[in-house]
Structure formats: C-alpha cells, structure tokens
Design a protein around this ligand. Structure first.
Ligand SMILES: CC(C)(COP(=O)(O)OP(=O)(O)OC[C@H]1O[C@@H](n2cnc3c(N)ncnc32)[C@H](O)[C@@H]1OP(=O)(O)O)[C@@H](O)C(=O)NCCC(=O)NCCS
Length: 124
C-alpha cells in the first residue's frame, strides 16, 4: 500500500510539477498473493484531474522470477491534491480527452469521484 501511494504521488507530481498530498484512497483488493522473492512492478498513471485534485490508477504485478509467471496483484485508485509553495490547494492543468476511450475513461472517473465525495459527506 505504501508503494502504491508513493507511485501514485510520483505520477501526480510529474503531472502537476508541484508537491502533492494524498486526499483519498479507494478500497484496495488483493487479487493474488505476493511471495517472498517475487519481483513487484508498480505502475501509476493520471486518470482524471479536477481543479486541484488528481486521480491516479496504480497497478501492481508480481513476477515469480524463476518461472517468469506474472500475476496481477491489485489495482488501486488514489487521489492527491496539488499544493502551492505556501501549502494551499493549487490549480492543475486540464487533462486532455482526445479519443472516445479518453472520454469514456473520464466519465468513469467522474462516477468514482462522485462516490468518493458522497462517502466523504456521509462520514463527515
Ligand atoms: C488535501 C487538503 C490540502 C485539501 O484541502 P481543502 O481545504 O479540503 O481543499 P478543498 O475542499 O478545496 O479540496 C481540494 C480538492 O480535493 C478534493 N477532495 C477533498 N476530499 C476528497 C475526497 N475524500 N475524495 C476525493 N476528492 C476529495 C476536492 O473535491 C477538491 O477537488 P477539486 O479542486 O479538484 O475540485 C486538506 O484536506 C489536507 O491537508 N488534508 C490532509 C492530507 C494528508 O495529511 N494526507 C496524508 C499524508 S500525505
């Protein structure tokens, strides 16, 4: 989970070129076990941006190095907020949607965001 947060933060920081802070972590399911000696690969990409927030998708795979068998361990969505030098939320550049798949992905991200904000509201 720590590696996921670090990878997501790197993707968000690379995108915004500011520091970021983690604001929300979606539920994380572990689909298959990771054994001692497995090689983990953690990849992160920016999937959506708002005014100051950035959603990232993090994918983890584990490779059994002797056999080369790769399994998908988990996928997580983590949201960050870009910070200005004085530590306040900073506006981020818009994410361009160029293809129909980009638009569909954007809509799925909007639905996840609506759910997160609803959960935040009901827990606060
Ligand atoms: C993150 C933080 C700076 C935001 O400050 P804030 O005054 O709440 O700012 P806002 O209410 O304007 O929220 C900023 C953005 O975060 C989004 N956000 C806030 N809570 C959210 C949640 N639970 N899920 C998804 N997005 C959320 C808002 O929708 C807004 O997005 P937008 O600008 O893209 O529309 C502040 O809440 C904070 O410092 N939290 C603690 C962070 C922390 O300690 N993290 C752990 C260690 S890294």
């Amino acid at each position: 989970m720590k590696m996921c947060d670090e990878a997501g933060a790197m993707a968000a920081m690379r995108y915004t070129q500011t520091s970021v802070v983690t604001v929300a972590v979606d539920s994380m399911s572990f689909l298959s076990p990771v054994h001692i000696g497995d090689m983990l690969t953690v990849t992160a990409e920016v999937t959506w941006v708002g005014r100051t927030s950035i959603e990232t998708r993090i994918t983890v795979t584990a490779e059994e190095v002797m056999s080369g068998k790769v399994s998908h361990t988990n996928t997580a969505y983590i949201v960050y907020v870009a910070l200005s030098r004085d530590g306040r939320p900073a506006t981020v550049p818009p994410l361009l949607c160029e293809t129909e798949e980009d638009l569909a992905r954007h809509q799925r991200a909007e639905a996840r965001r609506a759910l997160r904000l609803k959960m935040k509201e009901s827990s606060g």
